[in-house]
Ligand binder design. Structure first.
Ligand code: ARG
Length: 496
């Protein structure tokens, strides 16, 4: 379609018309479609309205607009918030983005006074403000999701202190561990993930509003006041950095990518463990699916999809890193490409945390299968070597001796336990009994009492410690949530 000609009007975007008095042609419809972001940035509506209300009140206090006008703007913005909430808001792609959609609607409701809202403001500091508010809200909900999943893993760990299975290295049976110990390992890493989100959120402390297009404003705006009203510690210090940077979003996305990689590892174990070859667990029917062709199949689709979705979250991080790389100061329209990857990451991680919590909570643990695998005496070969070490044999020599024993039983297809005291002594005179007596699973587990080990006392102590850590974190999150709500934030981000 060829460009439509001519535009009239008051310098505000109207559907199909290009920007402001300087333009004499309407935007080409292809360009309109190409550059519109409303279909994804409408998720920022509540944040945009919060920012605009703070802006309107601040303008009223400066005298740039009257108190009555400020109140009118706030009331109009509240009306729009209600329309968005009840679904009656007419989102218009011709109005490009959420900022222009809301401002244009405000004009419909209030008339020309709506044009005063944007005083001293640019969409550049506006969108940065919306994003900062958004990042604070989702930072909290992601931390909550990680807390839930760790809570579920902790419950399962408590039930499975006495469930023993082989621990693996190279996916080869290595040494026996308690299942609780195994799941506590996942809790540790997911706890560090939560720390990363907390840390990233703690850096979202400064308010972009008032940075203008990139150099601030000649108008007497009250940046400290809008910052405080929106729950920030202070205004940002450099207007150019403010409109040009997206590292706070990057941090969230990096933390999310790391977390998804961790979820994919937990997911992978559920996939492997639910195979007939392992048979260690069975996913609940509600968390698995059948095959459309093979009636006998019960497929671990949920953990498989989680594993697969780690790809897009890593990709989203790489997308934004690439958008930012080499971008000159300050605002460039490229920055609009920050949103879809960020929003997709938020949605994906939220869903993955939720389904993984459900899958783990409802998992049927096949204790006997795990015990049978753990009863393989070869898993205790290290213990035999450490027995010799305690008798004064250098570890390298002990390792060699036990290696020969393992070679011997493997070549002759013997059970390690069948070796008598004499057999054992033929490998090393320090052995003082038969293999069966030397190899005791429970003793092996229980002698691993070092900090971080799989002995019952250690596992139970770790459970107790984690339990109180999670409780403290829950309290902390509730306090943060209350603080966020006090400034109109932490609204649950709707699934997009
Ligand atoms: N939709 C835009 C974005 O996400 C809003 C800012 C537009 N600013 C501009 N100068 N065109 O970045």
């Amino acid at each position: 379609m060829s460009p439509k000609s001519g535009k009239e009007g008051g310098g505000t975007s109207q559907g199909g018309k290009a920007w402001g008095g300087r333009f004499s042609q309407a935007t080409d419809p292809t360009v309109e479609r190409f550059s519109a972001s409303i279909h994804f940035d409408k998720i920022l509506a509540s944040h945009d309205i919060r920012g605009s209300k703070a802006q309107a009140r601040m303008l009223g206090r400066t005298g740039l607009i009257s108190d009555a006008e400020a109140q009118e703007l706030v009331a109009g913005l509240d009306q729009i918030a209600a329309e968005i909430a009840d679904g009656s808001f007419p989102f218009d792609p011709a109005l490009e983005d959420i900022h222009m959609n809301i401002e244009t609607r405000l004009r419909t409701h209030l008339g020309p006074v709506a044009g005063k809202l944007h005083t001293g403001r640019s969409r550049n500091d506006q969108v940065a403000t919306d994003l900062a508010l958004f990042l604070r809200d989702i930072g909290l909900s992601t931390q909550r999701g990680l807390l839930e999943l760790r809570g579920v893993l902790l419950e399962r760990a408590k039930e499975n202190v006495d469930t023993v299975l082989p621990g693996y290295t190279h996916l080869q049976r290595a040494q026996p561990v308690r299942l609780a110990h195994h799941w506590l390992a996942h809790i540790e890493v997911l706890g560090r993930d939560a720390d990363r989100f907390r840390d990233a959120r703690a850096r979202v402390t400064r308010c972009p509003l008032g940075a203008g297009a990139m150099a601030g404003s000649t108008l007497p705006l009250l940046r400290e006041e809008t910052a405080a009203e929106l729950g920030f510690e202070a205004p940002t210090r450099n207007s150019m950095d403010t409109v040009a940077s997206r590292d706070l979003a990057l941090e969230y996305m990096a933390a999310a990518a790391i977390s998804m990689v961790h979820l994919s590892r937990l997911a992978e174990e559920l996939v492997i463990w639910s195979s007939s070859e392992f048979g260690f667990v069975e996913l609940a029917d509600a968390y698995s699916t059948g095959s459309s062709l093979m009636p006998q199949k019960k497929n671990p689709d949920v953990p498989e999809i989680v594993r697969g979705k780690s790809g897009r979250v890593i990709g989203n991080l790489v997308t934004l890193l690439t958008v930012l790389k080499g971008l000159p100061l300050t605002y460039n329209r490229d920055l609009q490409e920050d949103k879809e990857p960020l929003f997709d990451t938020v949605d994906t991680l939220r869903d993955c945390l939720e389904v993984m919590a459900g899958a783990v909570a409802t998992l049927d643990v096949k204790r006997e299968r795990m015990a049978a695998a753990a009863s393989d005496p070869m898993l205790l070969a290290t213990d035999l070597a450490e027995f010799l070490v305690r008798k004064g044999v250098p570890f390298r020599d002990a390792h060699e001796v036990v290696g020969s024993i393992v070679g011997h039983v493997t070549r002759n297809r013997l059970n390690l336990r069948s070796l008598t005291k004499a057999d054992m002594q033929s490998f090393h005179e320090a052995f003082d009994s038969g293999a069966d007596e030397l190899l005791d699973l429970e003793r092996s587990l229980e002698s691993r009492t070092l900090m971080g080990g799989t002995a019952r006392v250690r596992v139970e102590a770790a459970i107790a410690e984690i339990e109180s850590e999670l409780a403290a974190e829950r309290t902390e999150l509730e306090a943060l949530q209350a603080a966020a709500e006090a400034t109109g934030g932490a609204s649950p981000v709707p699934a997009s």
